[in-house]
Design a protein around this ligand. Structure first.
Ligand code: 0A1
Ligand code: ZN
Length: 877
């Protein structure tokens, strides 16, 4: 298909399937280049479908070997077949059995969708539309069937044969081959199908569910890596227990399996009973994984496991409803991590990520609603908007209706819709019903793209002892949505008194709720009985995904940074003051004005390094300045990434200079005791330690660099080693190259570790970074066929604020050309690389023109995939 004429799928065009498939009997006869798939489908007309409709099965790159109805050959003129479609113009109008035999080549499958080989093992990826690359099928999520899968392969190469459900039978197949039959009793859509076969090591354990089901747990990894799978196994058991306790959800098969594969387009996949993971999110040991890796593994194991109920037992009617399972499951994994680690720190991390990824997306040409209305390529809608904003929408729902009604709504949803393929309307109706609230306006969060901005003005009236908060909201125009209606925005408010404590909230003579629902363009609320002007703490715990600008002074924010009882806003207040200062510094740099100093920022940061501070993880968040991306978004347009980098560096340097002794003392105090543990408190201590190191080395001077080098050389765990390398990589000192070489010498044979090495070099804010990245694409540590390698090098470069955005445009050209080259091999990963362009329109005119050039050149290339074509078209839109 040409890039200019994409086929658009629209939500408004949804129709139920004309046929249903009740059971699927698959026989997969594995061969590296010619795998035979026999599918016996029991099909019946859908009473909700159209009468006399043709049966049109989806396919992609398929070769048909034979097709039969009820065992009998199909007349040639009754069947229309292409690699993309199998059509029966006039199928039986009664239940019948269709048998289809296809042949596929897993070795040639570089897209990593459907059945492919990764390091010799066979694996599948079917979400969203990969099953059609295995056999012709009604490959849509509202067709739910019971699957029985027989997998046959050579005993030597594929001793392990897995599919969904419970193991029903195993046996010999002759010629050195064997087979296994798996039966999954739970009806599921095709995107949840999975098959894995290979020579894999396994770690085993058990879990007994609340009602006494004894579940076998298995984590499959490459041989020799078993000792790196124990943390993932532990995370599985904790996730299973938590879902029982927090949501009343039990596991529903006799076995739960996780398989780690080295070639994977995304993070992981929730296939029923057989989750397939990018090995990066399974394998961990203190010698090979950082604290961040451990946290990611725990969160992603939880996420995929939680999908068993939110996604698998209740699935999506169509792909427009993707947030039904993703937003909800992200919300659930966030809650799990909050309960397991630190709730405030998790919230801060999530909000940092939301702003960096989703706010950025929402402000540019790729903005789309949490539930899109149309798509050209569904793969491009696995976005921070669908996932992370989708989770925020659910969090707001909980704030608005309260935790009890929220729980009742979830219970009703599980009860009412188990076994169904649902819509967002059906989900929200459960909460409307239990709470008695009209949630029509709330639905706008699913329909309207763009981050609302909320402007707040406050006024204290000493005569009446009242304090009025006036909030005006505006939802900005986004592609295809020029005008917006006011959303319902839950603003959680606190009024902090001079002693740093919360004052009672009184409205109309009564105790008032802290949740103020902003439902119109302007909402005003007046609190009474206030002897003195309080300081308003707004959007506590980040109660809505909005951009706030309030008339609070720096003094107010510094007071909140020291006193706000809400830990999120204590952190946010410090960030706000720093952000204001950074924006002013950028303006001064660009106009040649005097540097706006704000020494009290250092006082606030100094608290993080004070000897009495015991919550190190929280302190590390306080110590971290807003990112360059945060500053760019705050500025909004005419963005100069070099000026932002310089301003942030200068502020960091000023803080480091004024706190030199305190930070040095903290660094010494926070040293490791020797034994490594990935728990949240220990990880928090290490995070604060590296933050100290980062300040101490901020000026690139010999002393700081020597400290980083010492940490690198003496590191007893991978977290310290990588953190030290990261600090060294910021400075073009000889120590940096020596450390990089030493790292490669030690870990050159471990691709996951070399990914970190690639990423650190691609992220360096140094003028030679692009040359180095180009050179690294030719090194033996890089492989265009492996998505992890591509993301670590090219993806990380695309996220490098100063070097991707080089003034000469070479960064844009490199990423665009690389995406173009990768497109033929793996369109999904190629399209993701282009995410680097999501904020190009906000750049200053020189860079904007260069970025546009790169995109236009790419758009003229011939033979672009639907994935890349769609992103380029929308980015230029
Ligand atoms: N449902 C998965 C994400 C996922 C989506 C598409 C994929 O295709 C390559 C793979 C995974 C999740 O939310 O974890
Ligand atoms: Zn998910």
């Amino acid at each position: 298909m040409r890039a200019e004429d994409p086929q658009i799928v629209r939500l408004a065009d949804y129709r139920p399937s004309d046929f249903l498939i009740e059971t699927v009997d698959l026989d997969v006869n594995l061969h590296p280049t010619a795998t035979r798939v026999t599918a016996r489908l029991s099909i019946r007309p859908n009473p909700d479908g159209r009468e006399r409709a043709a049966l049109v099965l989806d396919g992609e790159d398929l070769k048909l070997v034979s097709a039969a109805i009820d065992g009998g050959a199909i007349e040639a003129d009754a069947l229309d077949v292409s690699p993309e479609r199998l059509t029966l113009a006039n199928p039986p109008r009664r239940p019948f059995e269709l048998t289809i035999v296809t042949e596929i080549d897993p070795t040639a499958n570089t897209r990593l969708m459907g059945l492919y080989r990764s390091n010799g093992a066979y694996t599948t990826q079917c979400e969203a539309e990969g099953f059609r690359r295995i056999t012709y099928f009604l490959d849509r999520p509202d067709v739910l069937a019971v699957y029985t899968t027989r997998v046959e392969g050579p005993k030597d190469e594929t001793p392990v044969l897995l599919s969904n459900g419970n193991l029903a039978e195993t046996g010999e197949a002759g010629d050195g081959r064997h087979f296994a039959v798996w039966h999954d009793p739970h009806p599921k859509p095709s995107y949840l199908f999975a098959l894995v076969a290979g020579d894999l090591g396994v770690v085993e354990d058990r879990f007994v569910t609340a009602s006494g089901r004894d579940v076998a747990l298995k984590v499959f990894v490459e041989h020799g890596r078993e000792d790196r799978a124990t943390y993932a196994m532990d995370a599985i058991k904790r996730s299973m227990r938590w879902d029982e306790e927090a949501f009343g959800r039990e596991y529903d098969l006799d076995v739960f399996m996780v398989v780690a594969v080295s070639h994977f387009n995304m993070g992981a996949m929730e296939n029923k009973g057989l989750n397939v993971f990018n090995d990066k999110y399974v394998l961990a040991s203190p010698e090979t994984a950082t604290d961040g890796d451990y946290a990611n593994i725990e969160a992603i194991i939880a996420h995929e496991y939680f999908h068993n109920w939110t996604g698998n037992r209740i699935t999506c009617r169509d792909w427009f409803q993707l947030c039904l399972k993703e937003g909800l499951t992200v919300f659930r994994d966030q809650e799990f991590t909050s309960d397991t680690r630190s709730r405030p720190v998790k919230r801060i991390q999530d909000v940092r990520n939301l702003r960096a990824a989703q706010f950025a997306e929402d402000s540019g040409p790729l903005a789309h609603p949490v539930r899109p209305q149309a798509y050209a390529e569904i793969n491009n809608f696995y976005t921070p908007t669908v996932y992370e904003k989708g989770a925020e929408v659910i969090r707001m729902l909980k704030v608005l209706i309260g935790p009890e009604a929220f729980k009742a709504g979830m219970d009703l949803y599980f009860d009412r819709h188990d076994g169904q393929a649902c819509t967002i309307e059906q989900f929200v109706a459960c909460f409307a019903e239990v709470s008695g609230r009209d949630l029509d306006q709330f639905m706008l969060w699913y329909h309207q793209a763009g981050t609302p901005s909320v402007e707040v003005t406050t006024a204290y009236d000493a005569a009446t002892k009242t304090f009025t908060i006036e909030a005006t909201q505006r939802v900005p125009p986004t592609p295809g949505q020029p005008t917006k209606a006011p959303a319902v925005i839950p603003m959680v408010v606190g009024l902090v008194g001079p002693d740093g404590r919360d004052l009672p909230l009184v409205v109309g003579g009564r105790k008032a709720d802290a949740v103020v629902a902003l439902t119109s363009a302007t909402t005003r609320v007046t609190f009474e009985g206030l002897e003195q002007r309080p300081v308003a703490s707004l959007f506590r715990n980040f109660s809505a995904p909005v951009k706030l600008s309030a008339d609070l002074t720096d003094d107010d924010y510094l007071f909140l940074a020291a006193n706000d009882p809400d830990p999120f806003n204590r952190w946010q207040a410090g960030q706000t003051v720093a952000l204001r200062n950074l924006v002013a510094r950028v303006a001064a740099l660009r106009t040649g004005g005097a540097t706006p100093e704000e020494p009290r920022i250092a006082d606030a940061v100094g608290r993080a390094f004070a000897p009495g501070e015991t919550d190190h993880a929280f302190a590390a968040q306080v110590a971290a300045l807003p990112s360059e991306g945060d500053v760019a978004r705050e500025i909004g347009d005419d963005v100069d990434p070099d000026a932002i980098h310089a301003a942030r560096r200068a502020l960091k340097g000023a803080i480091a200079a004024s706190l030199a002794d305190e930070i040095a003392a903290a660094y010494a105090r926070l040293q490791d005791t020797g034994h490594y543990s990935p728990d949240a408190a220990s990880a928090g201590r290490r995070a604060l330690k590296v933050s100290a190191l980062d300040y101490l080395a901020a000026d690139g001077g010999a002393e700081g660099v020597a400290l980083a080098k010492a940490l690198f050389d003496g590191a007893t765990n991978m977290t310290d080693r990588i953190m030290a390398l990261q600090v060294l990589s910021l400075h073009a000192a000889p120590a940096r190259d020596a450390a990089l070489d030493a790292f490669a010498a030690s870990y050159g044979s471990d691709p996951l570790l070399m990914d970190k090495w690639l990423l650190i070099q691609a992220s360096a804010p140094l003028p030679d970074t692009l040359d180095r990245v180009r050179e690294l694409t030719r090194s033996r540590y890089f492989d265009f066929g492996n998505p992890n390698r591509v993301r670590s090098l090219v993806g990380a470069f695309g996220a490098n604020p100063t070097q991707f955005n080089r003034a000469d445009g070479a960064g844009y050209a490199f990423v665009a050309e690389t995406a173009r080259a990768l497109d033929a091999r793996n369109p999904q990963v190629a399209a993701r690389l282009l995410g680097a362009f999501k904020t190009w329109r906000a750049l200053e005119p020189g860079r904007r023109a260069k970025a546009e050039d790169a995109l236009r050149t790419l758009s003229r290339a011939s033979g672009l995939s639907a994935d890349v074509g769609d992103i380029v078209r929308r980015a230029l839109g």
